[in-house]
Write a protein that binds this ligand. Structure first.
Ligand SMILES: Nc1ncnc2c1ncn2[C@@H]1O[C@H](COP(=O)(O)OP(=O)(O)O)[C@@H](O)[C@H]1O
Ligand SMILES: [Mg+2]
Length: 253
């Protein structure tokens, strides 16, 4: 097989040129990074789980009319996506205080917010993805006011969908981050959800026990990340058959 052209290698994924113009292949790696890549590890099976979970969320979003870059999953670790012009923002939606917001405002982790709060950080690893006000985004031309209005509307639809799906399997969607891309059609563009939606980019807490089922397990050394992601996939019914996970002892009455 001819060698594919690698377009970009990031912290969690590799992008290859796709089979047709305007398409890309996204390869999900097992690499985990946190704290702006200060902490790194290879977590066996993570890429396979995130590929499946991102497919599940993106196809679900498409089925309720939210446009995404997703075309189809190709194999265990790869999916075909539409190539987009990524808006250099992390769009963060919060339902409960956690992480940097809890720290910044001295709030208790898990405190409910009066309404979903959307914030933007500028995607730049060297700068540590700094939080930016809308004023900067418009002044520096990263997105127009119209884009921003559309991004907020998209992000809230993603939030409602994700919150509902997660609630259905006993998981609280505390917060998440998405990336938005532009697809150009002559002089016009439309916005789509791009990149990935997975436990790497969400905070997911078990509703009953409060147990963390997301990348905080890795950030805070709370146990096996693969077990946590496998649990999310299992509850959603998207567990790939050949992901190895340690069988647990079962009690027989
Ligand atoms: N459909 C797409 N078209 C073009 N670029 C994309 C698309 N989806 C995601 N990307 C970009 O590809 C990269 C994915 O790799 P990742 O490992 O997440 O990178 P990073 O370390 O920059 O977060 C990100 O920079 C993301 O913005
Ligand atoms: Mg990324």
């Amino acid at each position: 097989m001819a060698r594919r052209k690698k377009i970009y290698e990031g912290k969690a994924k590799i992008l290859y040129e796709g089979p047709e113009p305007g398409t890309l292949v996204q390869y999900f790696k097992d690499d985990a990074t946190a704290f702006n890549a200060e902490k790194k590890a290879v977590i066996e099976g993570k890429g396979v789980l995130n590929n499946r979970l991102s497919e599940f969320f993106m196809t679900g979003l498409q089925s309720i009319g939210v446009p995404t870059h997703f075309i189809k999953r190709l194999n265990m670790r790869e999916q075909l996506v539409r190539q987009v012009e990524i808006i250099p923002l992390e769009v963060i939606v919060r339902n409960f205080a956690a992480g940097s917001m809890a720290k910044r405002l001295g709030m208790e982790e898990g405190a409910p917010l009066p309404r979903p709060i959307i914030e933007f950080s500028y995607k730049d690893d060297k700068l540590g993805d700094p939080l930016v006000p809308e004023e900067y985004i418009i002044a520096f031309g990263w997105a127009s006011q119209q884009d921003l209005d559309d991004i907020v509307a998209l992000a809230l639809r993603v939030n409602d969908f994700m919150s509902g799906v997660m609630h259905g399997v006993g998981i609280k969607l505390v917060d998440f981050k998405i990336e938005i891309g532009r697809i150009w059609d002559n002089d016009f563009h439309r916005l789509v959800v791009a990149d990935e939606i997975s436990p790497d980019s969400c905070r997911l807490w078990d509703i009953e026990s409060g147990q963390k089922l997301d990348k905080d397990v890795f950030r805070k050394d709370l146990g096996s990340l693969t077990d946590a992601y496998t649990e999310v996939a299992r509850r959603l019914g998207v567990l790939p058959s050949n992901v190895t996970h340690r069988p647990r002892p079962t009690l027989i009455n």
